[in-house]
Design a protein. Sequence first.
Length: 240
Amino acid sequence: MERLVRVAWGPRQESVEAVAGRWKQTLDGLAALLPDAGSGTETNGLWTWQHVHVSGPATELRPDGEALLTALRAEQEADGWSDRTGYGLALVIEGKPGWKIDITSRAGGSPEFLLQTMGIRITSPDEVATPDAELLTALVEAWDPDYGGAFDDDLLDALEDDAGFVVGEPSVGWIGHLSARRAALVPDDLPAARRELPGGGVVLGIAPQDDTEAVVQAYVRLRDAGALAPLPRPMDRPHL
């Protein structure tokens, strides 16, 4: 079984230290929520991730603060790096049989037309139920995004085919996150469980994973209410 948990936000320039701290919080949260995903890779209590590079073989990375800083500073020193686009990082780990996590992110920059993102693709045994709401909440707490959700490929196809969703625009999955101004536009009668967050945003439990039709209907209602309006271009802020 595969799912994608991802969040996105607009320009928010940050120091390499701040981005490394958000990464560490993310990786610590994954280890706590999905212990089987990295089981067998541990060294001194920390998972061993594979750091995937644009060129050359992957290298090992353990999620301590210094290692993450080193990886991000190497990105900063690479040819073509710009503080406008921010720091890109890609990690992979395989633990117990059937488990794999792929992470890609670009964060800490201030581009006017390219969203900052954190996306986690999780492969797990079919019989295992993953804590999608908790995973999305962990990403929200680490990255303070504008919106996010949990999806699989079939749901993304349905949103495109049945609701006119365009990749790169705000969306929700069977679990969704909306920042404070977006959350204020959610219809009161939307049939979704709500978890209010300290910063004013909300995590929505929209439907079971296999109820694609309900997610599509909720997406249309949220879009029509303005809760999924794209950030204005050129972008000048991280949230709606």
